[in-house]
Each structure stands twice: as structure tokens, then as C-alpha cells.
Design a protein around this ligand. Structure first.
Ligand SMILES: [Zn+2]
Length: 471
């Protein structure tokens, strides 16, 4: 249970916390449209200043980042907190039941754009700090990086992290984003996959030609099918040995986390309109093997293939041009630049084997993101898990890495320490993020504040935060 003193302090601060949450939610900081951005950045600047933080806006070629620091307890470790103050566009407006930038409560639920993604997360974290301070609890030396461009792909985040390298240096980094688990338990994400994006184009004759000429003319579509088949298996695994050499299996600690993840194969399959037997192999595998495949299996996924004729009836042509797009998701310990080079080489070799002429192949490979996992036994991770156990019902759900790609590696590189994510918003299934009626349960916000106060004091005090547990 939450420490009684922390719970009581959250209640004492609730009117102010509530006001600041609704104040910032009323600012329409839509990065895609450039609205309200300065106003939201200035709001956070003022909020952090009032907390006693040294804070400044870092200008970028886009929207500013709010960067700051707040001294902690002498001898305590340092921690970088990340969040983003920009939100997704609110349309379609007609589907909202209350105006998106007029925070409205119905049945204990707050509705507003940004309620969970990500202003609710940010304000829970900042109020967690204030609550811990009010109680005189130990806290880490804090650094803040509140970005204004997350919803448009963080084009200048690397620039900010680089420009503020010394200021933001910390022992660990926590991204406050996403939500708690659907069960109501805490949810912590220790890693994410990486990504290499691939676009392959094969050209044949100067134009589509009558297929009577098929005996002599190269068919760009068929050649590209051959290339795709040579670099990826029917189950979507990369057939690129140079890529797979860097892959490592989950550690025993990560396997233990996998074992504890709530996951039901039948329900998962049903969610996608499939039978469990239709999932990719091995169909007879146990739960652990399925989760290991979901999270630790690199993929070369064919996302699109465009060539020739697809209309009604038939059109007897030899297609002159074909394009395929693939996403290659990377797992630990692959490295994006090395992976990108391996993919490019494999495509070139496959094209040669498919008989594609020199100059008829175009390959674009993007080394987009590195995979990343934080060590489970790091004190910051352990403090987060312990706090999650106190602030929410049930055992925290801890993902060794998520099934998607993300920016954790960039943060870990910037600080030279582990980076992970704590979800303080509503569960994904009950948040409507990026959609009409985005929401945050009042109880989730309340627990988020308690979670952060507990986590911060636990990390700073080496875990003593729970020693005077009272309820
Ligand atoms: Zn978002």
C-alpha cells in the first residue's frame, strides 16, 4: 500500500495539483499545427521555477524544450526526467463529448487532449516531486527535459540532448509517458526495439511491355519477389546472417520478467480475428516461447509491395518497375548502423542472385533507431518496481522491452546510464490517446503522484522510502 504520509500529502496538494493539470491541459499545444507551443513551454518554465528548479527554454529549429535541474539530497544519485508537452491534433472535433481543450470531469474521469499523453504524466511526475519535498523525503538530483516535438517525431531531440549534455547528465533517466497496465497495476518498460527501414526498387524495361515479350525481358516484379524472399523468411524473419550475429537471447533476469508478463495466446489471437494455431510458429510453443518470439525476435516485415497491374480482369504486361518497403525491427544487441549496412549488402547480393542488372536496383536503408534494454538490477529500476508495488494494486507489470521501437537508446547514450519508462497515465485500452475523448481517471492521476513521490524517495534513499509504511 502507499505510504500513509505520502497518501495524505497527495490529498493536501490535490486542489493545487488538479488546478495545474487542468491549466496546462487548457493550452492547445498541438505541435503538428504549431499552436500554443510557446505558451505551454512558458507554463512549464514557470512551474519548474516555482519548484526551485534552475530552468531555461532551449530553442531548436522547431519548438523549444524546457530544460532544468533541481538539487537533491546530498549524496543522492541523479535522475533525468523526460516528458513531452505537445499533443496530437484534436480532430475529428465532432466526436468529442466535451471540448478537447476544456478539461471536463465525468464520473471520476478527466477528458481533455493530452490528459494521458503526455501532460497527465508530466504533472503526476512534477507533483510527485513536490509531495516528496513537502514531506522532507530524500530525492535524487533532478534534471528535466520536457520536449515539444514528440508527436511530430522528435526531429530536434538529439540536438537538445547534445546541446545540454552536461546539464542533463544523470545516473539514470525515466521517461514519463504511456500508462499503467489494464489490470490497474504499475507498468514499467525497460527497453524497446530498434528499427531499420528499407525501400527497394527494381526497374526493368523502359516501360511496361506486352507480355508476349516475357521470354526476353526482365520482369521487375518477379525479380523483386525473389529479392524479398531471399532476405526474409515467410514468417518474417530476416535471412541476413550478418544481422543475426549481433542478436542475443534474453538474459535469465529478462526471461524471468517474460515469465511474469500477463499474456494469453488465445485472447491475443482472437484480438486479431485469428485462431491461436494461426499465429506464427511454433504453434505448440509454450507461453514463454511465444513472448520471447514477440519481444526478442528480429523481423524483416514486408509492409508493402507495389508493381504491375492489380485492377479487374487481367492486363498482360511485363511490369517495368516494382517497389517494396520493409521494416526491420532490431532486438538487443543489434546496432542500427551495422544492421543497416548488413541489410543493404544482403539486398545487393539478393538482387545479383535474382539476375537484376547493374543500375536496375535502388536501395534506401534508414538506420532509424537502436534497440535498448535497461538492466533489471539497476537501483533506479528496482526503486521503480518497489514503488509500483506500493502505489498500485497488484504486482507491477515490467516489460524487458516493448514490442515497438522507441527512443530509449538515445537517452541512455546521452546520460551514459540506463533509461526506462514509467507509465503514469490511463491504461492504453482506456486512454483514447491520439483519439477523441482522451482521458485520465482521477484515481490514476492521484496514484501517479504517489508513485513518483515513492519512487523518487526510494531511489534517493536507497529504498528506505517504504520503511515507515503505515497502511
Ligand atoms: Zn502521443
Amino acid at each position: 500500500m502507499v505510504d500513509a504520509a505520502i497518501a495524505a500529502a497527495v490529498e493536501r496538494h490535490w486542489p493545487q495539483a488538479w488546478r495545474s493539470l487542468t491549466d496546462i491541459l487548457a493550452i492547445p499545444s498541438v505541435s503538428a499545427q504549431g499552436r500554443g507551443m510557446e505558451e505551454a513551454a512558458r507554463y512549464l518554465h514557470a512551474f519548474l521555477s516555482e519548484m526551485g528548479a534552475a530552468v531555461h527554454l532551449v530553442a531548436t529549429d522547431g519548438f523549444p524544450a524546457v530544460v532544468g535541474s533541481l538539487p537533491g539530497t546530498p549524496g543522492a544519485p541523479s535522475l533525468l526526467l523526460y516528458g513531452h508537452y505537445d499533443v496530437q491534433p484534436e480532430d475529428p472535433l465532432a466526436l468529442w463529448h466535451s471540448p478537447p481543450f476544456t478539461p471536463t470531469v465525468r464520473d471520476g474521469v478527466l477528458y481533455a487532449r493530452g490528459a494521458t499523453d503526455d501532460k497527465g504524466n508530466i504533472m503526476a511526475a512534477l507533483w510527485g516531486i513536490r509531495v516528496a519535498a513537502a514531506l522532507g523525503l530524500p530525492r535524487p538530483h533532478l534534471r528535466f527535459c520536457l520536449e515539444g516535438e514528440e508527436e511530430i517525431g522528435s526531429p530536434h531531440l538529439a540536438q537538445v540532448l547534445d546541446a545540454c549534455r552536461h546539464e542533463l547528465a544523470a545516473d539514470a533517466c525515466v521517461l514519463c509517458d504511456r500508462g499503467i497496465h489494464a489490470s490497474g497495476a504499475a507498468q514499467i518498460f525497460l527497453g524497446n526495439k530498434g528499427m531499420v527501414s528499407v525501400e527497394i526498387t527494381v526497374t526493368g524495361a523502359a516501360r511496361d511491355v506486352h507480355s508476349s515479350q516475357a521470354p526476353l525481358l526482365p520482369n521487375a516484379a518477379r525479380q523483386l519477389v525473389e529479392i524479398v524472399a531471399r532476405i526474409s523468411s515467410p514468417a518474417g524473419e530476416p535471412r541476413i546472417p550478418a544481422l543475426l550475429g549481433d542478436r542475443r537471447p534474453p538474459t535469465p533476469a529478462e526471461r524471468e520478467l517474460l515469465r511474469r508478463l500477463p499474456f494469453a495466446r488465445d485472447a491475443y489471437a482472437a484480438d486479431y480475428g485469428l485462431q491461436a494455431a494461426q499465429l506464427l510458429p511454433p504453434t505448440d510453443a509454450d507461453r514463454l516461447a511465444v513472448l520471447e518470439r514477440l519481444l526478442f525476435q528480429p523481423t524483416a516485415n514486408l509492409q508493402g509491395f507495389h508493381a504491375g497491374y492489380g485492377g479487374p480482369g487481367h492486363k498482360t504486361i511485363v511490369p517495368a518497375r516494382a517497389t517494396a518497403k520493409l521494416d526491420v525491427r532490431l532486438v538487443p544487441d543489434m546496432e542500427r548502423h551495422r544492421a543497416a549496412a548488413a541489410v543493404r549488402e544482403a539486398v545487393v547480393a539478393a538482387a545479383r542472385a535474382a539476375g537484376v542488372a547493374e543500375g536496375a536496383l535502388t536501395v534506401e536503408v534508414g538506420a532509424d533507431m537502436d534497440p535498448y534494454t535497461a538492466p533489471v538490477d539497476h537501483p533506479a529500476v528496482q526503486a521503480a518496481i518497489a514503488a509500483g508495488r506500493r502505489a498500485y494494486p497488484g504486482e507491477p507489470v515490467v516489460w524487458p522491452l516493448v514490442d515497438g521501437s522507441g527512443p530509449l537508446a538515445a537517452f541512455a547514450r546521452a546520460i551514459g546510464g540506463p533509461a526506462f519508462l514509467i507509465g503514469l497515465g490511463n491504461p492504453f485500452e482506456r486512454a483514447n490517446t491520439h483519439a477523441p475523448d482522451e482521458k485520465l481517471d482521477l484515481d490514476t492521476f492521484r496514484r501517479g503522484i504517489a508513485m513518483m513521490a515513492t519512487f523518487l524517495s526510494g531511489y534517493a534513499g536507497g529504498g528506505q522510502a517504504g520503511d515507515h509504511d503505515a497502511d
